[in-house]
Design a protein around this ligand. Structure first.
Ligand code: UDP
Length: 326
């Protein structure tokens, strides 16, 4: 049985990866310090003999007994509100955390896959963004702690690949959504759905003309799985290239939820990228991958998930969002 370590295993993406590797017959070790992760995301796996959980901060020395075939580094706060609240941890997990993973990988002779991000492109001047684009990042802006940590993470991973001959993979993840996103992470989808469910107006930042391209989580996991098993060490974009303005997105959520509330405009946060769309030519050519789930389908599943959460959580989420803004 192959053994995989998934850091950030209790998070949104990490927990979906745990599910996928369990399904593929792996022994899965999830590691998480639970700052932004949630044990409820992996509760259903605890009864399995081929699942283990380590409550540990990956920025501190990692000890994992036994063999490891793969290490997936997915630990990190990943929403602008989170990394504004915990900027130092964000920098540490993207630097000290990956350093520990790479050291562990050398000892275990394991292959490492790191979660990078479209944020390495910053507020892009090239559209859509191919992997060759170097980006337009403000290192000292509010997003700098995340963007630069992820850029450093790519650099150190590539250095271990070229200098130590370690097998490495780099996925650049574009906006992804689905069940197990946190209602209070401040991202646009949980924000809009939470507002609709509480009967509040939906807060569009700026004039809503900025664009994003939203990928359903199962599609993303499929792309990551294929990349891990490929022999390609350069970065690969994984995301859904269907682009939409945030205003249109808000209108879709109003329609989906049937809310009688409306869109209201709020100030645009500093350094908010104006447009974002992945060029997925490489993923198509190298991995034979492209997204399959339409936004209509994916949003419906995600809405059903949010509707199933206890009502207290809906209101706690509203409180946390306000708190995080202060
Ligand atoms: N956004 C918004 N209203 C909200 C939350 C976010 O209009 O309540 C906007 C945000 O300014 C950005 C886009 O939605 O332009 C996506 O934001 P998110 O935080 O989900 O991710 P990003 O792609 O900016 O990292």
């Amino acid at each position: 049985m192959k053994r995989v370590l998934i850091t950030g295993g209790a998070g949104f993406l990490g927990s979906h990866l745990c599910d996928r590797f369990i399904k593929e017959g792996y022994h899965v070790i999830a590691m998480d310090n639970l700052i932004t992760g949630d044990l409820r995301n992996i509760e259903h796996l605890f009864k399995l003999p081929n699942f283990e959980f380590y409550h540990h901060d990956v920025s501190k020395f990692i000890h994992v007994p036994g063999e490891l075939d793969y290490i997936l580094h997915f630990a990190s706060p990943a929403s602008p509100i989170d990394y504004l609240k915990i900027p130092i941890q964000t920098l540490k997990v993207g630097s000290l955390g990956i350093h520990n993973c790479l050291g562990l990988a050398r000892v275990k002779n394991a292959r490492v896959l790191i979660a990078s991000t479209s944020e390495v492109y910053g507020d892009p001047n090239v559209h859509p963004q191919p992997e060759e684009y170097w980006g337009n990042v403000n290192p000292v802006g509010p997003r700098g702690v995340y963007d630069e940590a992820k850029r450093f993470q790519e650099a150190i991973t590539m250095a271990y690949h070229t200098y130590h001959g370690l097998e490495t993979r780099i996925v650049r993840i574009f906006n992804t959504y689905g069940p197990r996103m946190r209602l209070n992470d401040g991202r646009v989808l949980p924000a809009f759905i939470g507002q609709a469910l509480r009967g509040e107006d939906l807060t569009v930042f700026g004039d809503g003309s900025q664009t994003r391209s939203f990928c359903y989580v199962d599609d993303l996991v499929e792309g990551i799985y294929r990349l891990l098993l490929s022999d390609y060490a350069q970065p690969v974009n994984i995301g859904n290239p269907v682009e939409i303005t945030i205003k249109q997105f808000g209108e879709e959520i109003i329609k989906l939820t049937g809310t009688s509330q409306k869109l209201i405009l709020k100030p645009l946060p500093v350094d908010d990228p104006k447009q974002r769309q992945p060029d997925i030519t490489k993923a198509k050519e190298i991995l034979g991958w492209e997204p399959k789930v339409s936004r209509e389908e994916g949003l419906k599943i995600t809405y059903d998930y949010f509707k199933s959460l206890p009502e207290e959580e809906l209101y706690a989420a509203a409180y946390n969002r306000e708190f995080a803004k202060k």
